[in-house]
Structures are given as structure tokens and as C-alpha cells.
Write a protein that binds this ligand. Structure first.
Ligand SMILES: [Zn+2]
Length: 61
């Protein structure tokens, strides 16, 4: 698309005012003992569980 008009400072700011940070999508942990909200396709932040087994050591050693 060819540039037709210069975007005014006001127009640019109005457009940028629309993009907001969105809340991250969360799923519930697969570990029945944990069940905390966690990020999908990632090991749980709380217990280190992913797809039914522990893959990461829990935080705090
Ligand atoms: Zn968990």
C-alpha cells in the first residue's frame, strides 16, 4: 500500500491507544496435587510438572 497522507501525531497516538497488554492465557496444572494456574505448553511454575511427569525441580532448593 502506498503512503498517501502523513499520519498526524494525534492520529498515531489514537491508534496506539488501542493496543493494550492482555492477560496471559492460563491452564490448570496437570498435577492433581498442585492444580495451580500455569502457562500452557510449559512445565508448571509451582511443581515443575508437564504432561504427567516432573520435568523441572520445583523452585526453592
Ligand atoms: Zn503444578
Amino acid at each position: 500500500m502506498a503512503m498517501q497522507h502523513r499520519t498526524s501525531r494525534s492520529r498515531a497516538r489514537h491508534r496506539r491507544a488501542h493496543w493494550k497488554a492482555s492477560a496471559p492465557t492460563l491452564t490448570t496444572c496437570t498435577n492433581p496435587a498442585c492444580g495451580k494456574p500455569t502457562l500452557p505448553h510449559r512445565a508448571c511454575q509451582h511443581c515443575g510438572f508437564y504432561r504427567g511427569r516432573e520435568v523441572l525441580p520445583p523452585t526453592g532448593r
